[in-house]
Each structure stands twice: as structure tokens, then as C-alpha cells.
Ligand binder design. Structure first.
Ligand code: SF4
Length: 951
């Protein structure tokens, strides 16, 4: 299936007057726009201390408003786009947020979520003070306490656990990360293996597929310079690094770059594509391998890159020992290997027209080193074996030699800066099996979504559990299993939720600790948004405004609304209180680098880091500033404009000193570690894989008991069409797409965002709706393995037939006993445990207008609170990547009498059984030499080496 966009009157008119390039001109290619545009639209920095605008609400009187403009970085997704906060000099309030034109990634532009930060900070329902539970967990009773009380109580628990050697009972579980290494420092200073994340419900699938090639688990597509862009899913509108990527994709398209998109929906992204390939979910790898086959058969591959930079000789030796190891034989054998992946086979699997696959393949081949591809979450997160989809996608970059090139796909580490911090602590001497269990030795990140089941099985307990901007009850699958363990003090001793907003997980905490939004906290941000390298500063803007006025602020909560704090200062304070006399050695890591023996201040921490950012001290000096002041003033610094082909760097004499070269493989090693590879007589850096090459053949997968997946391949998903009985109403449900104006669970208090996006109906193609006699807004019961949810049908042609889809990010709830929060977006519900493990959620009321501090509250016009689908999903751990495979096999039926929109039911005994069933397909450690995990694999918070070995 392929859809080429049809030109309408407006496009034709725009083409004719030259506003846009000719859309059907295959050869049109003008240089991409580099400059973000006319910066005169933005206030010039020399006027940021006193920027004058007329008051918008009193425009006819031309009343002047005087602002101090302070830059910060958005916190509403990982991109960290630049924001300028406009602080009214008269009232001291932030009036609005706009883009920061000096931010190298966002270049003054933001998505809707950036400026909506103003809603979040002004939300009358927000948490302003630390709260402590009263009564039983989850009963909904809270009392306000001081930060001192919170710090002392939690510190005492942690200290006791460490003194008693129960280090593995302390855990920090992060939802939205983004304070660049700070937390790793804290956890290692405490000597605990306490990092848990959300990554295995997010991006681990794709990360695994990419990392198997070259050790780099994230790729940075240089969209701006691409000739052809291939995207899996709706990346342009809602993908990772959303706004920085989207603006470059569109600029590239406007310069003539062609785009192909695999997506079951005619999303905004697919509608901007030249080829919409509505592949059946989970069959993307079959299509990608068919594209690879065309490239191989038609000689469109980059021979020079393949000869030098993939481990073809190792593969021939392993799989074809009888064949002479020549490049020509490799090409013969690889063509034989993929002979079955004909375009016709791919069409049969995916439903995408074979001719379209051939057309796309030829354009991919012709783009050569300027092929940009992206698969962040999407298909790799939805399917059993989804990691192979990302691996097959990178296969196309490898075949075309578009790895590390201008317009190609770059290892993310080239474009991301890792700050140098003061006095780093050593690796911890613990391995926490609640995070990295033996069954999943290749799991790319922690098996976070299995934590409730591990606790139920008695694999361990948590004495102190921090959640940080993290809401697993709502965002993770199987939320009722989370509720069951969160409410049980035998499994979780104390739970402190560090969060800017009330959420479904915080309702079951002991402490709810208000943390700042984008303009209320310190962080460092550096991401692979484009071919350059940059660093940005997130800062509490009212604190900075106070500093500019000459006022002293010791702690950030003094300048924030209420007593809203930030994590950085909280962790420093907590660490000192865990170790008040220094006897645990923890305090040493939180001592000032400038004032021996004194507690490190937040300014000193960032001063130390910025003084060490290459190039920053020099540029700051030219402005007559310290590096810290430069970042406070401009908010961002571009370290390098472009970074390409680093793998070809020749090792210096100093690097080579004391090294050895393996005759057969050409591997250059030093002190037992590979540092490079000999290519045509030169020692080059290469990639971060064991062979320092792109690993087409994975010895790691052979060694770790998965030899059948040693090459890029196609794994049939758990929701493959063979698993579906259509006549019984069975469908694959795609729950992984999102609306670009929403934040996972932090848009409930952003009124503009709730106004834009406030429903999540079940997308259904017209033909399916006709077959089952559904029409728009009909209530539908969606039966999962462990329960059901009641949704509304949306009948549309913009959808692949035979598949249904429902967006996440909507379906928020609160119970009558919970604080009145997020009322722009929460249903009021009752939760009943009808018998042990059987949970019913009934919607009592949807969204309503109400009288409140904000006049807009009485203007709420939407009533649809959506449905919380994730809580009805069982866990599906992929046995290799550890990724939760989000897609669901569901059975659709008309709603039953009494069913209300948003109602749902879950049986957690069934969900535990599904967990056990999937666990059976794992192939546990040890691997070679008794290892728990390949040493070359990344792991958050790496422990000491000996902990990698099972006793
Ligand atoms: S893409 Fe949008 S939400 Fe994400 S950081 Fe940028 S402005 Fe904020």
C-alpha cells in the first residue's frame, strides 16, 4: 500500500509563486537551510535585562511592560529545547515562555508543549509543599511537612539500610531523566546499585538492535543533509527529539528530500511523506530485508564501506568455512542468505505493495551515504523481536555506507557531551537482581516493568523507593500489579515520589515531594539532535532574576512558588544527612571543589562543569563573563557545528604507545581493551563494537545462546496475523502512538494542551467498522489477555484495515479521596477490588467545568476524559532486549449493558501468569566465563567488574 500526496490548489499555487519547491520534481535539491531565520523577531540579548513590550491584555492603552528575560530549557520531553522566560519586573512573575534563538538544536522554535510550561507553573492544582501520608497508603490523606522533616526521616532509613549492608533495598526509579549524570553520582556515592528506569517500556528494543551493530544504542540521523529519509512510524510529529528533528526534516523536505514512512496510521508524518507504507505491525523487518535484497541484487551497495567496515570475513568463517574468504564470495553468500526476502514475500507479510518496496529500495540505494533513517520506539517497542526491526533498519545504512556521514546516520555519542563532574565516586560493589535479573542477561536496560512481579515472587524487597517524575501505575502496563505492591509495606518500606504534579503513582506514596518544572530547577542537557554538538542549561529563572537584582538565594525553593524544590539540591542535602559525621564516606562526594571540607553549593557544581566544557571558557571570556555566567545569560553553547566520520580517525602515536595488533583481525588493543582497528595499513578508531567494525554477524548472540539471531533477520511478532482469528473479532491493537501535544503524564495540568488534545478513541478502518457494524462514538469493549477496557470507536480511512489503534497519554484518573488535581484531564473514578486480584475501575464522571482560581476552569468545554488502556495490558518481556512488547492481541465486541466509557477490569492473577509464560522463553545467564552480561554491553550505573560474574 502506498500513497503519494496529491497536490491541492494551495500546493500548486505555492509552487507556482515559488513559496515551496516543486513537489514532484525528483531531481530538485537545493542546499538545506542552516540559519533558523531572521533573529530580529527575537529580543536581542543586550536588551534581555530590560525588554519592553505592550501589555497584551491592555493593548488599546499601550501600557508598557518591562521584562527580565532569563533562558532555560524545556522539560516537557527529552529534547531540552531552549526557552526564554519573560519575568515581569513589576510583579516578579513569569508571564510567558518563548523560544530561545541561541539554542543550537531548537533555534528559537518550540512545539506546543514548550510555551505551555506557563500553564504548569501557574496551575492552581499543583503541589506546592512537601506532603506526608496520613493513614494507610493509598487512602488519600496527606499532611504538609517541612523539607527538614522529610530529609531527616528518609536519611535515617537510608543510613540504616547501608549500615546493615542492605544496599540493594534502596532504589531510585526515574521516568523523565535529564539531569545528565547527577543521579549516577549520587547513587554511586551511596554505594548502591540503585538505578531503575523506564527505558524498557520505551526504547530498549531499538537500542538493542542498533547496539548490536556498533555499540551505539542511539542513532542521530542527519536529516538536514539527507537525500532520502526512511522513518518507522510518526517520528516527524511526535518522535524522539521531536521539535529539533521535525524542523530539520521539514527543511530537508522543502529542499527536495524524499520521505518514506512505515506507519499503520495516515499520521501527520505519513501525510507529509512521498511513500506511506502501512505495513502490518511487526512486519517492518520483512520489508526492510526486501529493500536490502534489492540493494544487494542491483549492486546499489557501497562496496568500499562494506569491504572495510563490516565483519563479513568473520561471518564467512563461522557460517561458510568451506568458502574462500573474499569480498566477492561474501556478496554471493549474503545474497543467498536473503534470497527468500523477495518484495513479494514482504508484500505477503506486510500488505505493502511489492512495487512500492522496489521503488523505495532504489531510492534508498541511490541516496547512498545520504540516507537518514529513524526508528525510536514505535515498531521496535511494540513487537516480540522488535529489536530486529532497528537492526534491519541500520542494515540499510550499512549497505549504503551512510554510517557517520553527512546526511547519514551517526552514533549518538559523537553529538552528545558528557560533563566532567567534581570528584566522581567509584563503581558500586553491588548487583541488584531486581533490576538486572539472570533471566534477561542481554536486556538493554533494567527490567523495570517486571518489578511488581519480582517483589510478589519474593526475589527481594525495597526499603526506600524513590520515584522521580515517574508514574508506572499509569504509564506502564499492568498498573494494578503496581498498586498491589505499592500499597504493601512488606514489599516497599517507604516510597517517596519526587514529582512536579500529582499522579496515579503518587497517590500510593508515603511522601510526595514537589519538584520544579522547566523554569524551577537546574539541569544540564546535551543531546544528539543534529550533526552538531551542544550543551544547554536548565535554570530556576526566578532565582536567576533575584541574583541579577543582587539578592542572595541559598536554596532554589526559596525563589520557587511555595516550597517547590529541585532534585540536585535535594540530593546534596540528603547525602549530607545520611552521613552527618562523614563516617560512611558519602559526604566526601558532596564537598565543594573550591572550599575544602564545606558542603558543595549548586552554583559550585555547575561552575565546575562549565569551566571544563571545551571552548566555553574562551567564548565566555570574550564576552567578559565566567563560563557559568555565560550559560546563565544565553542558556546554551554550541561546541561543534558538525561532527562526521569519527570512526575513521587515525590513532595518535600516544594512543598507540604500548598497544598490540592482532594479526588476523587487525584489532588494536591496549591493556586488554580494544582501542582501534587496522584498515588498509592505518590504525583507526573504528566503532564501539568488539570488532571495532559494524557487526553484521553477532558472535555475542551466538555466545549468549541465540545463534538463530546472529544476523539481521525477521522475527514474527506475537501479534502476527497468523495469531488472529478475525471472525472472532480478534485484532492487533497498536497502543504506542501519541498525540504530539501531550506529555506522558504531565499534561494533565497544562490547560492549553488539554484543550488541544482531549480524547483517545479507538481508530478503526471503515471496512472493519462496516463488517462489525460499528459507527463513530459507539462504545466498544476491548478485551485483552487480563481484562478489558471500554473505548469509543473512531471510524476512519486514515488507518490500515485489520488493525486498531489507540493513543496513550489520555485516560488520566483520580479517585474521590485523591487531591483535586489535573482537573483539566482526569476522569473521576472509583476503584473496587471485587475479589482478590480482580480490579474494577468505574468512571464516575468525565471532565467538567468548575469554578476555580483560574477563570479558564469554568470554560472547559470538553467532557471526554479518555480511557486508561495500559492498565489492562499484561507484561510482555522480549527475551533478548528485555523490551516490553506493547502491541496487544485484543478481541473486540460491542459494549455490554451497563458499560460506561472509560470503565475497565483487570485480573492481576492472570497478569502474573502471563508474566510467567513469557519468562519461560528467556535464556538465562551465565554466559561465557560465568558472566551475567556481555562486558561490552552498556549498562546504566556499571558496578565493579567482579559483580559481572555469577558466583
Ligand atoms: S520538543 Fe516540545 S516538549 Fe520537547 S523540549 Fe522541545 S518544546 Fe519542549
Amino acid at each position: 500500500m502506498s500513497v503519494l500526496p496529491k497536490k491541492g490548489f494551495i500546493e500548486k499555487f505555492a509552487e507556482n509563486i515559488g513559496v515551496i519547491p516543486r513537489l514532484d520534481n525528483e531531481n530538485s535539491k537545493i542546499e538545506p537551510i542552516k540559519d533558523p531565520g531572521d533573529l530580529s523577531n527575537y529580543p536581542p540579548p543586550e536588551q534581555w535585562d530590560n525588554w519592553v513590550e505592550y501589555e497584551a491584555t491592555k493593548w488599546s492603552r499601550k501600557k508598557e511592560r518591562h521584562y527580565t528575560i532569563v533562558p532555560t530549557s524545556c522539560f516537557n520531553c527529552e529534547s531540552g529545547c531552549g526557552l526564554l522566560s519573560y519575568i515581569d519586573k513589576e510583579t516578579g512573575e513569569v508571564r510567558k515562555f518563548e523560544g530561545n534563538p541561541y539554542h543550537p538544536a531548537s533555534r528559537g522554535r518550540n512545539c506546543a508543549k514548550g510555551p505551555a510550561t506557563i500553564n504548569q507553573i501557574n496551575d492552581p492544582d499543583r503541589i506546592l509543599y512537601p506532603m506526608r501520608r496520613v493513614g494507610k497508603r493509598g487512602e488519600g490523606q496527606w499532611e504538609r511537612v517541612t523539607w527538614d522533616v522529610v530529609l531527616d526521616e528518609i536519611a535515617a532509613k537510608i543510613r540504616k539500610a547501608i549500615e546493615e549492608g542492605r544496599n540493594n533495598e534502596i532504589s531510585y526509579h526515574v521516568g523523565r531523566p535529564g539531569h545528565e549524570g547527577f543521579m549516577d553520582r549520587v547513587l554511586q556515592a551511596w554505594g548502591i546499585d540503585g538505578h531503575n528506569s523506564h527505558t524498557n517500556v520505551c526504547s530498549s528494543g531499538a537500542r538493542t538492535g542498533f547496539a548490536l551493530w556498533d555499540g551505539s544504542d542511539r542513532k542521530m540521523p542527519d536529516f538536514a543533509n539527507a537525500e532520502f529519509i526512511l522513518m518507522i512510524s510518526a517520528h516527524l510529529e511526535s518522535g524522539h527529539y521531536f521539535n529539533p528533528h521535525a524542523q530539520r526534516i521539514i527543511e530537508s523536505k522543502n529542499s527536495g528530500t524524499k520521505i518514506a514512512v512505515m506507519d499503520i496510521r495516515l499520521s501527520n508524518t505519513a501525510s507529509r511523506a512521498d511513500h506511506w507504507m502501512a505495513t502490518y505491525p511487526g512486519t517492518e523487518a520483512a520489508v526492510l530485508l526486501a529493500i536490502a535484497k534489492v540493494i544487494l541484487d542491483e549492486g546499489l551497495y557501497n562496496e568500499a564501506f562494506l569491504r572495510d567496515w563490516i565483519n563479513w570475513d568473520v561471518w564467512l568463517e563461522a557460517d561458510h568455512p568451506e568458502t574462500e574468504r573474499t569480498f566477492e564470495n561474501f556478496i554471493l553468500k549474503i545474497r543467498e542468505e536473503y534470497a527468500e526476502y523477495t518484495p513479494e514475500f514482504a508484500e505477503q507479510e506486510s500488505g505493502t505493495d511489492a512495487q512500492v518496496i522496489v521503488d523505495v529500495a532504489r531510492q534508498v540505494g541511490r541516496a547512498g551515504s545520504r540516507l537518514s533513517t529513524i526508528n525510536w520506539r514505535s515498531a521496535s517497542s511494540g513487537n516480540l523481536g522488535g529489536w530486529q526491526i532497528a537492526r534491519c533498519l541500520q542494515f540499510l545504512n550499512v549497505l549504503t555506507g551512510s554510517i557517520g556521514t553527512k546526511g547519514g546516520s551517526l552514533p549518538s555519542s559523537w553529538n552528545k557531551y558528557s560533563p566532567k563532574m567534581p570528584n566522581p565516586p567509584p563503581a558500586q560493589k553491588y548487583w541488584n537482581e531486581l533490576h538486572f535479573p539472570k533471566e534477561y542477561p542481554l536486556a538493554h536496560f533494567e527490567m523495570s516493568f517486571l518489578l511488581p512481579h519480582f517483589l510478589k515472587e519474593g526475589r527481594g524487597k525495597l526499603d526506600v523507593y524513590f520515584t522521580r517524575v515517574f508514574n508506572p501505575v499509569w504509564t506502564f502496563p499492568d498498573g494494578f500489579s503496581w498498586i498491589e505492591v505499592l500499597r504493601d509495606p512488606e514489599k516497599i518500606g517507604i516510597h517517596a515520589a519526587l514529582t512536579p504534579t500529582w499522579n496515579e503513582t503518587a497517590y500510593f506514596a508515603d511522601y510526595v515531594l514537589p519538584m520544579g518544572h522547566a523554569s524551577e530547577r537546574h539541569d544540564i542537557i546535551s543531546y544528539e539532535t543534529h550533526a552538531g554538538k551542544w550543551i544547554a542549561f536548565r535554570q530556576p529563572v526566578l532565582r536567576e532574576a533575584a541574583r541579577r537584582r543582587g539578592e542572595q538565594v541559598e536554596y532554589t525553593y526559596e525563589s520557587n512558588p511555595g516550597e517547590v524544590w529541585e532534585e540536585d539540591e535535594f540530593w546534596i542535602e540528603l547525602s549530607w544527612r545520611i552521613d552527618p559525621d562523614g563516617s560512611l564516606g558519602i559526604r566526601d562526594y558532596f564537598v565543594s571543589p573550591y572550599r575544602p571540607g564545606e558542603k558543595m553549593s549548586i552554583d559550585e557544581y555547575y561552575q565546575y562543569i562549565f569551566e571544563r566544557v571545551p571552548g566555553l571558557p574562551e567564548i565566555a571570556e570574550k564576552e567578559g563573563m565566567s563560563p557559568l555566567d555565560y550559560m546563565r545569560r544565553f542558556g546554551a553553547f554550541e561546541m561543534e557545528e558538525e561532527v562526521f566520520e569519527l570512526y575513521k580517525n587515525v590513532l595518535s602515536e600516544q594512543q598507540l604507545s604500548g598497544s598490540m595488533v592482532d594479526e588476523k583481525s587487525g584489532l588494536v588493543t591496549k591493556d586488554g581493551t580494544a582501542i582501534g582497528i587496522m584498515i588498509n595499513g592505518k590504525a583507526r578508531t573504528g566503532f564501539d563494537s568488539p570488532s571495532r567494525k559494524q557487526e553484521f554477524f553477532s558472535q555475542t548472540l551466538v555466545d549468549w545462546k541465540w545463534p538463530e539471531h546472529r544476523l539481521p533477520g525477521y522475527i514474527r511478532s506475537h501479534i502476527h496475523s497468523e495469531q488472529m482469528e478475525n471472525a472472532k473479532g480478534e485484532f492487533p491493537l497498536v497502543p504506542t502512538f501519541r498525540l504530539p501535544t501531550l506529555i506522558h503524564s504531565r499534561s494533565g495540568n497544562a490547560k492549553w494542551l488539554a484543550e488541544i488534545s482531549n480524547r483517545n478513541p479507538l481508530w478503526m478502518h471503515t471496512s472493519d467498522a462496516d463488517r462489525f457494524c460499528f459507527k463513530n462514538d459507539d462504545l466498544i469493549r476491548v478485551n485483552t489477555e487480563i481484562g478489558f477496557f471500554i473505548a469509543k470507536v473512531w471510524v476512519t480511512e486514515s488507518m490500515r484495515p485489520g488493525v486498531v489503534a489507540c493513543s496513550h497519554h489520555i485516560g488520566r484518573w483520580r479517585r474521590p479521596q485523591d487531591p483535586e488535581a489535573n482537573r483539566w484531564a482526569t476522569n473521576s473514578v472509583e476503584i473496587l477490588e471485587v475479589e482478590s486480584g480482580k480490579w474494577k475501575m468505574n468512571v464516575l464522571d468525565g471532565i467538567n467545568a468548575f469554578d476555580g482560581e483560574d477563570a479558564d476552569m469554568s470554560r472547559i468545554f470538553w467532557r471526554d476524559g479518555g480511557v486508561h488502556q495500559n492498565i489492562t495490558h499484561a507484561v510482555h518481556p522480549d527475551p533478548i532486549s528485555g523490551m516490553h512488547c506493547w502491541h496487544q492481541k485484543v478481541r473486540l465486541e460491542k459494549a455490554h449493558p451497563g458499560d460506561r466509557y472509560g470503565d475497565l477490569f483487570v485480573d492481576t492473577k492472570k497478569s502474573f501468569q502471563v508474566y510467567k509464560d513469557w519468562l519461560e522463553s528467556s535464556r538465562p545467564a551465565p554466559g561465557p566465563g560465568g558472566l551475567r552480561r556481555p562486558l561490552w554491553f552498556k549498562r546504566p550505573l556499571k558496578p565493579v567488574l567482579e559483580k559481572f560474574y555469577l558466583k
